[in-house]
Design a protein around this ligand. Sequence first.
Ligand SMILES: [Zn+2]
Ligand SMILES: [Zn+2]
Length: 353
Amino acid sequence: MTATDAAVPVLPETMQAMVLEAPGAPLEARRLPLPVPGLGQVLLRVTACAVCRTDLHVVDGELPEPRLPLVPGHEIVGTVVATGPGAQRHAVGSRVGVPWLGWTCGHCSYCEAGAENLCPSARFTGYTLDGGYAEFTVADERFCFALPDTYDDLHAAPLLCAGLIGHRAYRIALEHPVGGGVDHIGLYGFGAAAHLIAQVAVADGRRVYAFTRAGDTDAQAHARRLGACWAGDSGQLPPRPLDAAMIFAPVGALVPAALAVLRPGGRVVCAGIHMSDIPAFDYARLWQERSLRSVANLTRADGEDFLAHAARQTLDVHAVAYPLAHANEALADLRAGRLQGAAVLLPGRVCDA
Ligand SMILES: [Zn+2]
Ligand SMILES: [Zn+2]
């Protein structure tokens, strides 16, 4: 800790955290020593941490080699309470957001080409680095974002992955259109990411078609309220062929389903980090220059770009608050599809049950 700590309230020596000891087991409430910010790092008091579907994949053991024991969580809003040696980008007292991308090497061919999201040495918050399911966390200051003032902590947290990955997927869906514009966009899985990017696409003048689990009329109504021109079950055909589709649900069977609703030259973008196996499908679904593309991680440029957009267009963020100690309940609600929008842990909230 540095001399700048003089103005900082006395910090506790330990903190409450929800810890993954082994994949497949519930998180355990633990008291851990307060982390110490290293070179170029900031110590944050976590004020909100959203729960992402990727956290479920980590907890369920669907992603290889997590740090163990691990504090999950990569949609962190926090206040800088101390700085490590050399850290000077964010002053003590400032509010920052910490995303999934926690560190990159800076000199590999991907980093040098502006594709640090693919850096083979990258480290990820709440996966290979401890994250935000805790009262405090440390983060490399170069990977922390300033946040727009128009969102409080609860509503800013889901921007940091749901918003940001949705935005990257959206930008990729719009790239290199073949045979016309990208005016009609399908969203498969209307959860935390889709409910945000739907608003961006509608504000851009595009027509949004929302596909949900069969019979999920609540999610379909939610999509229509946020501006979708059509909402239906994922097995249904929309009223017209679509120019692009984004898949946010971790369900491989949606890939051939989404290809089947595209016009020739259209593109399907898979936005998740993990998906069940994709069933075999007829080549005719891909033929006629349809394309299939995945989205991996984020770059800092994506974060700056999306947060600048979120400052210009105030998004209607649906956030459901949980005390930190209820992280397992939040994960269970996400797994069961019981959430409209995003679950957000609030470490400052006292647990009454
Ligand atoms: Zn690199
Ligand atoms: Zn995420």
